[in-house]
Ligand binder design. Structure first.
Ligand code: FES
Length: 104
């Protein structure tokens, strides 16, 4: 299911935007040098919202135990995170950001 989740201007380069839509998993949109990526907003180590952490150079650092993930691939990059983060396909249509969610 593809869904419009935000406007492009809501996520400037270097920024991230948490998106919470009822009935869908919480995600974060990242703008890495003009390219948009989306991942789950929940750390795979324990329960923490990654959008409360730090986004720098394509990596999101979890606010709870400082584990890190690559926002492009979801790869766990820093201990204690070992399980990859779920990623979502992102497209831009006009000024809308569209994210592909799994069918419920
Ligand atoms: Fe994210 Fe522990 S909850 S690193």
């Amino acid at each position: 299911m593809r869904k419009a989740v935000a406007k492009v201007e809501a996520v400037p380069p270097g920024e991230m935007l948490p998106v919470d839509i009822e009935g869908l998993p919480p995600i974060v949109i990242f703008n890495l040098d003009g390219e948009l990526f989306a991942t789950s907003n929940i750390c795979t180590h324990a329960v923490a919202r990654l959008s409360d952490g730090f986004f720098e150079e394509g990596v999101i650092e979890c606010p709870l135990h400082s584990g890190c993930f690559d926002v492009r691939t979801g790869e766990a990059r820093e201990f204690p995170c070992e399980i990859p983060l779920k990623t979502y396909n992102v497209e831009v249509d006009g000024d809308d950001i569209l994210v592909e969610f799994d069918e419920a």
